[in-house]
Design a protein around this ligand. Structure first.
Ligand SMILES: [Zn+2]
Length: 160
């Protein structure tokens, strides 16, 4: 993937649920990797990174490989999964801080554009509540969040 990426897309995992210890978070990563590789048939876990409730960031495809997390944006975004179900609850502060630090590291290292645009997954794809209502309300307050969407992936038309 060409760097620096112009977009950051925020996800929640929904399943697996929130992890609080490093061993739980490693298990959550392995669960998602198995799902994405064995069930979905992808090359690797779909996200660029995932962040756990233990405050660690875990590498998925990393900074420079095309992900599989948001159609139309996979080749121009860093996809970050905040592990847990954030429809009603806000992730703990240490987890959110790590998301901010990870984005800043990407900017400082030249992997993310300094004028990047931040979106929640639901803004760029039909039929998903990702990253959960509560987390989505939170990221609306973050720097670089934009409600203006360039392209939107809608694969629901074929159903009607
Ligand atoms: Zn998502």
């Amino acid at each position: 993937m060409p760097n620096p990426a112009p977009y950051v897309i925020i996800h929640h995992s929904y399943i697996p649920p929130a992890c609080n210890t490093t061993s739980e978070c490693i298990e959550a990563m392995q669960f998602m990797q198995d799902l994405h590789m064995n069930t979905n048939g992808w090359n690797d876990i779909g996200y660029s990174f995932a962040v756990g409730g233990d405050g660690n960031a875990y590498t998925g495809r990393g900074w420079s490989s095309v992900g599989a997390h948001a159609p139309l944006y996979n080749n121009k975004s860093i996809g970050i999964c905040v592990i847990g179900d954030w429809r009603e609850e806000l992730p703990p502060q240490n987890q959110l801080e790590t998301v901010h630090n990870l984005i800043q590291l990407g900017v400082d290292s030249g992997y993310i554009r300094s004028d990047y645009i931040l979106h929640g997954h639901r803004q760029v794809r039909a039929n998903t509540e990702c990253p959960g209502d509560r987390l989505f309300e939170e990221i609306k307050t973050w720097p670089h969040f934009s409600s203006d969407v360039d392209v939107f992936y809608n694969d629901t038309k074929k159903k009607s």
